[in-house]
Design a protein around this ligand. Structure first.
Ligand SMILES: O=C(CO)COP(=O)(O)O
Length: 256
């Protein structure tokens, strides 16, 4: 079974940028030609979201890179889902490997965050992915299934979720998964959804790939049946290259 959802490409800017570099990136994105049948989202650092929202074309939606696990209040340094909505964010990236493995967020905490964001009407880009040692130990599927289960246990519905498979060994390393490696996990994720949620959710949910995607490798990845788009880090900081990745949907259409 392949995915039926519209191609989805997200740019995760991570903790990068200045007012000046972001002004330039916005102007490049505003003038880039992007295929119309792709959902395009960028995730700036929190403090630049307002700047991006007020000057970026409406063609591109805004995501946050994190959100607090419940209603806002006395939680120093956190940003609530209510605040994200207030400032115009439609999406939030949760479960990114940098938050799992650098900050120490666990499956249950991430699941709760996803449940809360969805309950407030904010879409979730739900990241999963294995470490290199987990892949080498043959645990890739187990790790991804456990991460998926934590989301499934906590979310009210799958209507507003995009799953991002991001093998940790491919993130920021220049070592992109081969199209076959990515497709193998994407199929497994879709099967997991079919067996544990429903066939409808399995076919409708976008499963996007992240990890060293760039303008040169996106077309071959996009051709894979179960790759429904990308979550892009480094290459999303360059407007024209990001647009190339968005437009790799054309390779998908040719391959279909
Ligand atoms: O983590 C990523 C997107 O969330 C991927 O980062 P890179 O594209 O820089 O490898």
């Amino acid at each position: 079974m392949a995915g039926t959802g519209q191609f989805f490409v997200g740019g995760n800017w991570k903790c990068n940028g200045t007012k000046e570099s972001i002004t330039k990136l916005i102007s490049d994105l505003n003038s880039a030609k992007m295929e119309s049948d792709v959902d395009v989202v960028v995730a700036p650092p929190f403090i630049y979201i307002d700047q991006v929202k007020s000057s970026l074309t409406d063609r591109i939606e805004i995501s946050a890179q994190n959100s607090w696990v419940s209603k806002g209040g006395a939680f120093t340094g956190e940003i609530s889902v209510e605040q994200l909505k207030d400032i115009g964010c439609k999406w939030v990236i949760l479960g990114h490997s940098e938050r799992r493995h650098v900050i120490g967020e666990d499956n249950q905490f991430i699941g709760k965050k996803a449940g809360y964001a969805l309950s407030q009407g904010v879409g979730v880009i739900a990241c999963i992915g294995e470490l290199l040692e987990e892949r080498e130990a043959g645990k890739t599927f187990d790790v991804c299934y456990q991460q998926l289960k934590a989301y499934a246990d906590a979310v009210p519905s799958w209507d507003n979720i995009v799953i991002a498979y991001e093998p940790v060994w491919a993130i920021g390393t220049g070592v992109v998964a081969t199209p076959a490696q990515a497709q193998e996990v994407h199929v497994a994720v879709r099967d997991w959804l079919k067996n544990n949620v429903s066939a409808e959710v399995a076919s409708k949910t976008r499963i996007i790939y992240g990890g060293s995607v760039n303008g040169g490798n996106c077309a071959e990845l996009a051709k894979q049946k179960d790759i429904d788009g990308f979550l892009v880090g480094g290459a999303s900081l360059k407007g024209p290259e990001f647009a190339t990745i968005v437009n790799s949907v054309t390779s998908k259409k040719v391959a279909a």
